[in-house]
Design a protein around this ligand. Structure first.
Ligand code: MG
Length: 254
C-alpha cells in the first residue's frame, strides 16, 4: 500500500467467510496476515458472541474493534481512538456501544411470539453446550462460548413458516435474520447500523479511507450495503471454496 493511499478498512463476517464450513481458518489466516501487513484494519462483524470473537481475534492476530451478535454491540479497545465518543458502558478493556436488546428480553419475546402463532423453534438458550457443538460442528469449548449470548438468539426452525414468523417478530420489535448456520432473532439492529457508526469514528481518525465488506449470509447484506466495496461469498454458485476466491480478490485490491 502506498503511503498516500486511503486507509483500507475491512469489515468481515466470520462464519462461512473467514472460517470454512469445517470451522477452520487454516486457508484464510495467511491472507489475513498479508492484509494486516499492508496496513489494513480488520473489523469482525459476526453473529458470534463477544467471547467467541475474542478467541478468533487472538488466533488471527487482529486487535481492532469488533461487532458482536449481528450488530448487538460494538466493542472498541480503550486505547484505540485518540478522541472521546459516546458509549453505553465500559469494561477495563473496552468502550461498548450497545445497539441491541438484552438477550433475556429477546428470548422472552421470541418464546412468546412463537408459541402464540404455533411455530416450534429450538434456540441456543434451550440447548446444552453439547447440543450446540453437535448442531454447529464447533468443538465443545467454543460451543460454550457460543452460548454466552448478550443480544441475539440463534435458533433452528423446527416447523412453521419463516415469512409468517418474520412478521410476528416485527410486531414484538424483534428482527429475524439468517446467518451461515442458523436463523437469529434480535432487537432493532443489524450489522450495517454498527458499521455505519464505526465508519463515522474511523473518519475522525483517517483523512481518507476505503471500506470493504466481506460476507456470505442474509445477515451480511446490511453491512455490504454501507461499504465502498461489497464482496459477497456465493457458495451456492462457487462451491465450498468460494470464500477463498473472495479473499484473493480482496488482497488484489489492497
Ligand atoms: Mg456468515
Amino acid at each position: 500500500m502506498k503511503a498516500e493511499s486511503p486507509k483500507p478498512l475491512v469489515f468481515a463476517d466470520i462464519d462461512g467467510t473467514v472460517l470454512s464450513e469445517e470451522n477452520s481458518y487454516h486457508a484464510t489466516k495467511p491472507m489475513m496476515e498479508q492484509i494486516l501487513d499492508r496496513g489494513a484494519t480488520i473489523i469482525f462483524c459476526s453473529s458470534k458472541t463477544r467471547s467467541e470473537i475474542e478467541f478468533d481475534r487472538k488466533e488471527l492476530g487482529v486487535s481492532d474493534p469488533f461487532v458482536s451478535e449481528n450488530g448487538g454491540a460494538i466493542f472498541i479497545p480503550k486505547d484505540y481512538f485518540p478522541f472521546s465518543f459516546p458509549f453505553s458502558k465500559e469494561t477495563p478493556e473496552y468502550f461498548i456501544v450497545e445497539l441491541g436488546t438484552p438477550y433475556s428480553e429477546v428470548r422472552r419475546k421470541l418464546i412468546g411470539v412463537t408459541s402464540a402463532i404455533g411455530i416450534e423453534i429450538l434456540g441456543f438458550g434451550d440447548m446444552t453446550a453439547n447440543d450446540v457443538a453437535e448442531e454447529t460442528g464447533l468443538p465443545l469449548d467454543l460451543a460454550g462460548l457460543a452460548k454466552e449470548r448478550e443480544y441475539d438468539e440463534p435458533f433452528k426452525l423446527l416447523n412453521g413458516d419463516h415469512g409468517l414468523m418474520a412478521k410476528a417478530l416485527e410486531t414484538a420489535d424483534l428482527t429475524l435474520t439468517s446467518g451461515s448456520k442458523c436463523f437469529h432473532a434480535l432487537g432493532n439492529t443489524n450489522k450495517g447500523k454498527a458499521v455505519t457508526i464505526l465508519k463515522t469514528l474511523f473518519a475522525r481518525r483517517f483523512d481518507e479511507m476505503r471500506t470493504y465488506g466481506v460476507g456470505d449470509g442474509g445477515n451480511d447484506l446490511s453491512m455490504l450495503d454501507v461499504v465502498d466495496t461489497p464482496l459477497l461469498v456465493r457458495r451456492k454458485l462457487g462451491g465450498r471454496n468460494a470464500y477463498l476466491v473472495i479473499w484473493r480478490n480482496l488482497l488484489s485490491m489492497i
